[in-house]
Design a protein around this ligand. Sequence first.
Ligand code: ZN
Length: 132
Amino acid sequence: MHTVRRLVFYSWPLPYTLTGIAIGLLLCGRFRNVDGVIEIHGPVVANVLRRLYVPAMAMTLGHVVFGQSEEALELTREHERVHVRQYERWGLLFVPTYLSLSILLYLRGRDGYRENPFEVEAYAIDRTWQRR
Ligand SMILES: [Zn+2]
């Protein structure tokens, strides 16, 4: 039963994971498997993350986490693992739901990133952020 459950958790967000792997290859990232999650970092990956609409130390796409560096991946691991679990729960619906909530918050004059419920959950668990 446990194996079946893991299979469902990996298959439901698989299109995002495969997209993440393809992006990681295109950006010549270095791949590493950490507890069943593919972490990718490298200079080009770092450049892209810095230029995002909300510049990020790390970003999750399914079971892939992009980081500006190995250190960034370590610092953000708890936070990004919350997003991995969110992808496992929401699957294909995760990205459209996340973006819709951000847009709704933004249109109401609120912070579409920090007040997004997915980020609220991730920051609540993220002890690194609380230490700052
Ligand atoms: Zn986050």
